[in-house]
Design a protein around this ligand. Structure first.
Ligand code: NZQ
Ligand code: ZN
Length: 382
């Protein structure tokens, strides 16, 4: 195992059908005034909102409501949340929803006491809030499995006016102080979003697995997570109310991106960078954007990372060659009902230059991409 690393994760996680009961205990750790961020109404329809508000009221909290945090939250909405938090002097934030609401809450928590241009400093420049800045604590009640946002510092925000979707990984001060994961809460997630979440999880694992060739414990953990996800996703697509499957998907999502499986590794993240840009132009669910370019991307990556793709084929799919491994992946994606082309998510050939121009390029696992390569990947994915 190569490299030096520090592993630290401060999130206290409560999991299972009874996990919401723990909210009452957590309330004593935080101030009186809480900003309650939530999305476009699902938590009201499925009753989770009422349960959470009752616990907050019983705990004597003053609730400042901030509804309407949209999927792929925008900079404009972030500005609004920061304004509401400042005006009401909120002391902490409770995120009630999926990854979008949790990411958004981190953006507000990081920016409320920041005096500069938060968009530019954090998302464009990739800086951290100053060491002596007061950061609002965040709690997360997760209603959808996929992003891992409940136990990491990631926060993806879209500057909709410029079709620019940028992710930033905040330091551990912005990781939720606690996260409540009740798989039962995910049962009302629309089927499309459930599938998008499943592929998001798989791709988080890929972004950390498809790099390097050394023998690393992190890769064995990744293979176990992938195998669990394959079994659970098949069961969940057949019967979305299968608690065993949904609970395994939720737990796998957390471990796929809570900073563990990248330990001792270089990482890739280029499928995500292309996916974010595609999302900014098409507004398709995040996981669908990733799925739609994956086959073209991994066929290229396989050429440079053949031995790793062979290992993936053997240890994840039980087949022999790297090519058979990718074919097994493709078949699983078809079986789950994921889009395999960007046309399926609403991208058209005339969008490709714009998508390329807003794709952030990092050094990647087995590929060092140029804008021309990204254009070719998108064209191959049409
Ligand atoms: O707005 P509401 O009404 O809540 O509806 C949401 C939304 O329409 C709905 N939903 C969530 N839970 C539900 C539910 N509907 C019924 N019942 C429930 N229990 O599902 C829709 C999608 O929710 P969203 O939060 O947008 O999905 P997801 O969790 O996939 O989050 C996507 C965002 O996270 C970012 C993505 O780019 C995207 O902006 N990511 C964050 C990452 C991180 N923090 O590390 C990493 C990821 O790679 C990703 O980039
Ligand atoms: Zn993702």
């Amino acid at each position: 195992m190569q490299g030096n690393f520090t592993y630290y994760n401060p999130t206290r996680l409560y999991f299972g059908e009874a996990s919401l009961d723990k909210l009452k205990d957590e309330l004593t750790n935080y101030g009186n005034t809480v900003l309650l961020n939530y999305g476009s109404g699902s938590v009201k329809r499925n009753g989770i909102y009422d349960r959470v508000v009752a616990i907050l009221r019983e705990g004597g909290k003053t609730i400042i409501e901030n509804p309407g945090v949209m999927s792929n939250p925008t900079l404009e909405k972030l500005d609004e949340g920061i304004r509401i938090a400042r005006e009401n002097k909120v002391e902490w934030i409770l995120s009630l929803g999926g990854g979008s609401v949790c990411d958004y809450s981190k953006g507000v928590a990081a920016s409320v006491n920041f005096e500069g241009d938060y968009w530019n400093e954090f998302w464009v420049e990739g800086k951290q809030p100053p060491k002596d800045q007061r950061i609002l604590p965040i709690g997360c009640i997760l209603t959808m499995a996929g992003t891992g946002s409940e136990m990491n510092g990631g926060a993806v925000i879209t500057d909709a006016a410029n079709s620019n979707k940028l992710g930033h990984v905040f330091d551990s001060r912005l990781m939720p102080k606690f996260a409540i994961l009740n798989p039962r809460f995910t049962m009302t997630v629309p089927l499309d979003q459930m599938k998008a979440g499943i592929y998001d999880i798989m791709n988080h694992i890929f972004e950390q697995y498809f790099s390097d060739f050394d023998d690393n414990t992190s890769d064995y953990i990744s293979e176990g997570l992938m195998r669990s996800l394959i079994v659970a996703s098949r069961a969940a697509v057949k019967n979305p109310q299968d608690y065993e499957a949904r609970s395994n998907i939720m737990w796998t999502a957390t471990w796929a991106l809570n900073t563990l499986i990248k330990c001792g590794k270089s990482e890739d993240w280029m499928v995500h960078m292309i996916g974010h840009s595609l999302g900014a132009w098409t507004h398709a669910p995040h996981g669908y954007c990733l799925a739609s370019v994956s086959m073209a991307y991994y066929r290229r990556a396989m050429k440079n990372g053949y031995a790793k793709f062979e290992r993936f084929a053997r240890n994840v799919w039980g087949v022999n060659t790297a090519e058979e491994g990718l074919e097994a992946l493709r078949n699983w994606m078809l079986e789950i009902g994921l889009p395999l082309t960007i046309s399926e998510i609403g991208a058209t050939p005339d969008m490709i230059d714009d998508i390329v121009s807003t794709t952030v390029i990092y050094p990647a696992g087995y590929l060092d991409l140029t804008p021309e390569d990204i254009k070719a990947i998108l064209n191959d994915s049409l």
